[in-house]
Each structure stands twice: as structure tokens, then as C-alpha cells.
Design a protein around this ligand. Structure first.
Ligand code: BG6
Length: 470
């Protein structure tokens, strides 16, 4: 039983892409913590699939070093040893259909019947892995967790989705968006709907603008090949930041069930003002950091954006006229994700009330409101309350990382915090149209200096409307 009193079904987690970065940096450290904290059932197994010529003991040794480096808890040899016993390495080329007979044999030999398949591989392999599993299983006997990006373009993604749904069944597909596992993203609903001081004013009558800002200090590092074909809009906005947008902007779900939440989010995507409704210069600014073209595996004449700033509107009664600003960029000097709600001023002489939900690295809430300057003065000045949730060690230990949370949710069959296909389809479509309009209008991808906060044009996008990035 877990803390919530629900039985976690003991199972085998097969990770395709078991020697990749994601597995080493995120999945293994997450599974290690799950094991320590009792979220991984005693008798569960982890089957690592990779092409490299390792055996289980060699793989466990490599895994040890990665877990030691990336675990958020303290690393202990003995604890890792117990965890490592759950891991087996199975060498196979998952792009060859005939290899799946061997995998099936391995499952039978080890009495493995209950499956979660984790596709930690590029989307071009999703289809062949599904085909391979189908060849030997006939019908699916498990769940599947899919990493983003889902497909390489909308048409390909739709075809892939059809194929996966036909084999696994829609209710067994868990499309992971690790932002939905972040503590403070999970907190948006609580902040919005458990506090009348926010719930009752969460609309365009009181809110002047909303900002969703996700900055990163790192560049593309070793991922130039993937990133150059993707760019900031598809890599960050269309999935992570649009998910946040939909939770920030949705109506209160009729019921707090996966369906209630998904329907409420979906309505936001449906109400996004169509791209091109306003002139594109007023909607989107793209940038590229200087030196990007020299990164490994990036085309020397690449026009891929490493920065994107958007000004969007949600055409419904709640948000009529309130802009939502979104920005994300690599090499922008700091790693910080924050959501800011800027309220309308009661009169022009005072500062606005501002609510900031801090997602990372600090997890917390900042609230700015107005008070009288202490003493004889009658001036009104802003008071700033800053609540940090992860500043003490105790809280850090209690804040599970996104992947731990989402893998645990999948094991328990909790579907609320996974992206749904219809949301992906709408957001993908929206972003593709924006990008086409941008290119069609021959708008430049503006260069910016690494370490700066992005191109000046992204500041102007707001300034011309009397706003500025916080
Ligand atoms: C990934 C993107 O999904 O999210 C990366 O592909 C990005 O480009 C990363 O760096 C950011 O995640 P986090 O959790 O570090 O904010």
C-alpha cells in the first residue's frame, strides 16, 4: 500500500533507450528514490533495453555512477545495491522486428507478465517498437509511457497516435510531460481554487496580464541534432508551457477527476485566439543565441530558434482582453521558471498587486500588495511577501521530483497529470500555424548574446502595450 492507501501493482518496467541520457540522468535516479521511499514494489523489476554489449552487472556499475551523481537523496552503497538487484540489462536492437521474439522469450523465462513499457527513445522508434511488441504479444498486456516529442510533425504524430492507441488502448497510454510533475505546477490548482482571495478575482476584470517565463542558462549541449530539428517552440512551448498556460487559464473543473481536469484544459486550447488573428509581429518573436550555429550537430546556416516570446489571447468570457505572455530561451543567463499574475491597479499612482508562482529553482509564492509607508507619511508603497517552499532541507526531501511522481502515478493508474492527445493536437496545430506565419512574413530570428535575457525585440513585444517582463 502507498501513503494514499492504494495498492501499487507490482510490475516490470521495460525501458527502451536504457543507455540514453534521459535514463541515466532522470529515470534511474527517480527509480532509486522511489525504491528508497517505498514507492517501488518489492518484487518489481526493471528491464533495461540497449544495443551496447553490456551484461546486467556491467550496466549496474554504470548505473551506480549516474545515480550517485544525480540522486536528490544521499547515495548509499548498500541501498543502491538493493535497488540494483531489481535491474537487468537485455541487449537487443529494438529497431529489428525479429529481436522481439528473444525479448518475449526473456519475459517468459523470468515469469514477467505485467508490463510498463517506457519509450525513452526518439519518436521515430515508437512505431517499430510498437510493431515489435505486437508481433510477439498480439494484443497489448501493459501500459506505455511516451516521452516527448510525440512524432516529428502533426501529421506523423496523428498517424503514430492511431497506431499506439490501436495496440495499447487510449487508457493505457501515458504521455509524459515532466513539467506536470513539478511541485509548483501541481500547486497552481490549489492556489487558484482554495483561496477566495485569488479564485474570485482570477479573470480579466482584475487581471491585467499573465506571464509564463521559463529561462535556462544552458545551451543545447549534446542535443544539437534533436534540438535543431525542433526549436524552442516545439521543445518547450507547445508542450510544457502550454500545459501550464491551460492550468493557469482553465475554468474550475466540474469535478477533480482526470476527465474534469482534461476537459477544462482542453477548453483553453479551443479558445486560443487563432494565429494570425492579430499581426504576427504582435504575437511572436524568435531569437537564436550567438554561437548556436557552432554547436555540435547544428546546421551551420540554422534558422532554428533557441528563444521564443509570445503574446496570446484566450477568447472567452473569463479572459477577454487579458494578454498571456510566454517566453522561453536557452543561454539566457539564469535558470528560472516563474508564473506571474499582474493585477489591475485600483488607481494609477500605485504599484500593481503581483502574484508570482515560482516553479524552479525556488519553489514558492511571492505576493506583492500595497500598504502605507510606516510613520507619518501617507505614501503607498508595495509590501513583498516571499514564501519559499523548498528552502529548508526537510522540504527538499519531501518534494518528489517530477519523474518519481509521474512514474508512480502511472503505476497506480492515475492519469490526471499526463497530456492527452487532443490537447497535443490542438497545441501542435497552433504552434505550427504561428511558425508558418512567422516564416511566411519573413520575420527574422533575432540574434542575442549568450547570458543576456534574449533579444530586445522580445522586450518591445510587451513595451508597445505598456507591459514589461518581470
Ligand atoms: C525538456 C527540453 O523537455 O525540458 C529541454 O527538451 C529543456 O530542452 C528541459 O532543457 C527543461 O526541463 P527542466 O525540468 O530542467 O526545466
Amino acid at each position: 500500500m502507498n501513503g494514499g492507501g492504494q495498492m501499487i501493482i507490482s510490475t516490470n518496467l521495460t525501458i527502451f533507450g536504457g543507455t540514453g541520457d534521459l535514463t541515466f540522468r532522470k529515470l534511474l535516479p527517480a527509480l532509486y528514490t522511489m525504491d528508497i521511499t517505498g514507492k517501488l514494489p518489492e518484487d518489481s523489476r526493471i528491464t533495461i533495453i540497449g544495443r551496447r554489449d553490456y551484461d546486467s552487472s556491467h550496466y549496474r556499475q554504470i548505473a551506480r555512477d549516474w545515480v550517485e551523481k544525480f540522486t536528490r537523496l544521499s547515495f548509499e552503497e548498500h541501498t543502491f545495491g538493493c535497488f540494483a538487484e531489481k535491474i537487468d540489462y537485455y541487449r537487443m536492437d529494438f529497431s529489428r522486428l525479429e529481436a522481439y521474439h528473444g525479448l518475449n522469450h526473456y519475459y517468459r523465462e523470468n515469469d514477467i507478465h505485467s508490463h510498463i513499457f517506457y519509450f525513452a527513445v526518439a519518436p521515430r522508434f515508437f512505431s517499430i517498437i510498437t510493431e515489435g511488441l505486437k508481433l510477439v504479444h498480439g494484443s497489448s498486456s501493459g501500459k506505455v509511457i511516451l516521452e516527448k516529442p510525440f512524432g516529428e510533425n502533426l501529421a506523423a504524430a496523428a498517424a503514430l497516435n492511431k497506431e499506439l492507441e490501436a495496440f495499447f488502448g487510449p487508457e493505457h497510454i501515458y504521455r509524459i510531460d515532466h513539467y506536470l510533475g513539478k511541485e509548483m505546477v501541481r500547486n497552481i490548482q490549489a492556489i487558484r481554487f482554495s483561496n477566495p482571495i485569488f479564485t474570485d478575482v482570477w479573470n480579466s476584470r482584475y487581471i491585467e496580464s499573465v506571464q509564463i517565463s521559463a529561462l535556462e542558462d544552458m545551451g543545447v549541449e549534446t542535443r544539437g541534432g534533436y534540438y535543431d530539428a525542433s526549436g524552442a517552440l516545439k521543445d518547450m512551448v507547445q508542450n510544457h508551457l502550454f500545459q501550464i498556460l491551460s492550468i493557469m487559464a482553465m475554468e474550475q473543473p466540474e469535478e477533480f477527476s482526470p476527465k474534469g481536469l482534461h476537459d477544462a484544459q482542453l477548453d483553453v486550447f479551443r479558445c486560443l485566439r487563432p494565429a494570425g488573428g492579430t499581426s504576427i509581429e504582435n504575437t511572436l518573436v524568435l531569437g537564436q543565441y550567438e554561437g548556436y550555429k557552432d554547436e555540435p550537430l547544428v546546421k551551420p546556416d540554422s534558422q532554428t530558434e533557441t528563444y521564443g516570446a509570445l503574446r496570446l489571447f484566450i477568447d472567452n468570457e473569463r479572459w477577454n482582453g487579458t494578454p498571456f505572455y510566454i517566453r522561453t530561451g536557452k543561454k539566457t543567463g539564469k535558470r528560472e521558471i516563474e508564473l506571474a499574475v499582474i493585477f489591475r491597479r485600483p488607481y494609477p499612482e500605485v504599484e500593481p498587486n503581483i502574484l508570482i508562482i515560482k516553479i524552479q529553482p525556488t519553489e514558492g509564492v511571492y505576493l506583492q500588495f500595497n500598504i502605507k509607508r510606516p510613520g507619518d507619511s501617507e505614501d503607498i508603497i508595495p509590501a513583498k511577501m516571499d514564501f519559499c517552499q523548498n528552502c529548508s532541507l526537510i522540504h527538499q526531501l519531501n518534494t518528489p521530483e517530477a519523474y518519481e511522481r509521474l512514474i508512480t502515478a502511472c503505476m497506480k493508474g492515475e492519469r490526471s497529470w499526463f497530456s492527452q492527445w487532443d490537447q497535443i493536437e490542438l497545441s501542435w496545430n497552433y504552434i505550427s500555424c504561428l511558425k508558418e506565419l512567422y516564416a511566411g512574413n519573413k520575420l527574422p530570428v533575432y540574434p542575442y548574446k549568450p547570458g543576456s535575457h534574449g533579444p530586445a525585440e522580445a522586450d518591445r513585444l510587451l513595451e508597445q502595450h505598456g507591459h514589461s517582463w518581470l
